[in-house]
Design a protein around this ligand. Sequence first.
Ligand SMILES: [Zn+2]
Length: 350
Amino acid sequence: MGGYKFTRVDRSCTKGSRLDRFLIADSTWNHLGPMTAVALGRTISDHHPILLRRFTADYGPIPFKIYHSWFQGEGFDNVVSEFWSNGYYRRSSSSLINFKNKLQGLKGAIKVWVNARRSRIERRPLRGGIEDDQYNKICDIVKQVTIVQSDDSWRWCCDTMDSFSVNGVRKHLDCLSLPSHYLATRWNKIVPRKVNIHVWRLIKDRLPTRFNLWFRGIDNVSLICPMCSNGLESIYHTMCECIIAVKVWKSVAKWLDLNLPFQLPPIEFLDFVNSQGNLHKAKDVLFTIIYTAWWELWRFRNESIFRLGKKRDVRMVDSIIHFLYIWYQNRYKKASMRWDDWFKNPLLFI
Ligand SMILES: [Zn+2]
């Protein structure tokens, strides 16, 4: 199990215990297969949340095994001695490589013998219980199969019409892999393209947070937020829940004299602003401010990881106000605001 060592602590936080047994429905297990668990950070409860994910391990080629029972098998000695005296294998000038090739050839000969022997061995009778159940189930499935006298053909089951189309595949994959949300990304002309793309990735949950990296099978040293070192680093944590993010949003709300619901997930936050009819012209600027705040938070997060000792959280809000003004003045055609007014509250002077 990854993440934290313990999954529960007592009230005084002096004793920890670890729960690493999971009750999983058969259908889930059959669908996902082998899984691994990770204990996440603890906040209110005395238990750590535990995440399960599918885990596929590749241990390389399967080693060749020899069973003692083979030695008693009919013809085993002959196969080995015959191959060792007269068998064909790739020759080489190096005696060591010769030996390796000869062993590989012997392995092939034994495999042929094992397969032939297996086909001769009679199957043992069913032992009852689950074996009987499984046998009956497979018989039922086989009974439903009707073999007709026609050529084999491919069948596409992901479409109600049973007909294959590239469009159908695209829709099926989108349905499986894309997050379901209803708000289209709002392209903002005031901020640079990189900021727009950043927001697009953010609302699709495609930023490489530590949780997202882990979720895609990249094992990190830690899943903990690099900004506050307290909590799992997800998009929601980084942009809304983290103590640094809360500080930034509170300062932004104070600057704008607005009660912003920054604790909402990004997509709902944008939706909320979009639904505010009383903002009118200020809406564009407000979107710009939100986009820039997310951009600055992500930059700060990256600096916390890659430029240790050069954090600048106290200057982050100044930086947001400053960048925004430069972008507003240089990229917005209707810009006519003085720096003093901007610094005071841009929404009042639009
Ligand atoms: Zn944090």
